[in-house]
Unconditional design. Structure first.
Length: 377
């Protein structure tokens, strides 16, 4: 599914030197290794502030809490995401309200969000948290329009979308605040857990910095109950090295996605969608956006059988995500039931992520597509 060695091997010496520098200066937590990465990431994303923290999960909580989301307030998000998109709302003391997805992009559907805003719970909603799933921005034009009409904060879950763009603006600079994950499988990855909040607001940035250090502005004077969400110096140093390469890696992912498209079309397997019939529905890039292909996710009707067939041929694949969040045991208290979000539920049965990473070779992609063709014939 993913061969991290191909990224790591050419960077080995550069990464060791950066880690050696942290050992020599002993700035193990925050300090200059993290501050240097924050400055470089903010400049690269075109945002005023980047605040490094300990994981994408903590980044989501910080992005919500620093933007002022508080107890008793409601936040709308998607049921088709990683668990943290919802658990971070609960961690902030707020109430998640879910709305269904667009079957073509798998991202939160603006029309479904608008229906919630016009419904009985609309008044409670203080923020909307779209997820840029698989590396493609959610429909920011539509969400900005709704924000103007209803007046809420927009928080981005950009965990999977470092470098993605919507109409020329990079993810991280679209909302009131945004959260990134640098989990080792992400497009820009640390050597362990790490995350980051971005914002163009001086106030939100100042609050995020305070909250990631137990609510301290002055050492041992706690203004609010925050948490320990600090980034390690080693992770900051590694990320600063990798940041120099991320644009090239994302460009390579775009090329790999284009090759999959061409191979599936040449094999006569591509269907127009959004739902599959006999073949596969390919993922697509919304015009005016830049997809960074964190995942290349097809839809197919006999998904589980296909996955087993690929596994027999030693071809990796993954399901993001097999159970929508409203059907997770841990979230039963939200009060949803099967049938509440039919698009998310259907997607959970049909999506299959194929191997994609910058160094994936064309012959390997041909093997993947040929195996799928064999299965479907
Ligand atoms: C959409 C989404 N949100 C949040 C997270 C949480 O990030 P982390 O694993 O770094 O805590 C992830 C990554 O796993 C993710 O994919």
């Amino acid at each position: 599914m993913l061969d991290l060695d191909r990224q790591y091997t050419p960077l080995h010496a550069e990464l060791l030197e950066a880690l050696g520098h942290v050992l020599q200066t002993q700035q193990f937590i925050l300090g200059e290794p993290v501050a240097g990465f924050e400055r470089a990431a903010a400049a690269q994303l075109g945002v005023a502030h980047a605040i490094g923290c300990s994981s994408g999960t903590d980044a989501l909580w910080l992005a919500l809490a620093a933007a002022g989301i508080d107890r008793g307030e409601a936040v709308i998000t998607t049921p088709f995401s990683f668990f943290a998109s919802v658990s971070a709302i609960l961690r902030a003391g707020a109430t998640p309200i879910l709305a269904d997805i667009d079957p073509a992009t798998f991202n939160l559907a603006p029309a479904a969000v608008e229906a919630v805003l016009n419904g009985p719970r609309g008044q409670e909603v203080k923020a909307v948290l779209p997820v840029h799933l698989y590396g493609q921005c959610a429909d920011w034009t539509a969400f900005t329009h709704l924000k103007g009409k209803f007046g809420f904060k927009l928080i981005e879950d950009a965990a999977q979308a470092y470098g993605a763009q919507w109409n020329g603006t990079k993810a991280g600079g679209l909302g009131n605040s945004a959260a990134f994950s640098f989990y080792p499988t992400k497009n820009l990855s640390a050597a362990g857990d790490a995350g980051m909040v971005t914002t163009n607001s001086d106030d939100v940035a100042e609050r995020a910095r305070m909250l990631r250090q137990h609510g301290m502005r002055r050492r041992y004077y706690h203004d609010e109950v925050g948490w320990n969400s600090r980034m390690d110096g080693f992770q900051g140093a590694i990320l600063a090295v990798k940041l120099k390469y991320i644009d090239g890696w994302n460009q390579s992912r775009r090329m790999v996605a284009k090759r999959y498209h061409a191979l599936f079309h040449a094999a006569g397997l591509a269907e127009s969608g959004p739902y599959p019939v006999h073949g596969v529905v390919l993922p697509h890039e919304v015009p005016g956006t830049k997809h960074v292909w964190h995942q290349y996710v097809i839809r197919t009707a006999r998904r589980d059988e296909l996955r087993a067939f690929l596994a027999e041929r030693k071809i990796g694949s993954e399901i993001y995500y097999p159970v929508p969040l409203h059907l997770q045991d841990a979230l039963k208290s939200l009060g949803y039931k099967a049938g509440d979000f039919p698009e998310a539920e259907r997607a959970a049965h049909e999506v299959l992520a194929l191997p994609i990473f910058p160094e994936l070779r064309e012959d390997e992609q041909q093997t993947v597509v040929a195996a799928i063709a064999d299965f479907l014939s």
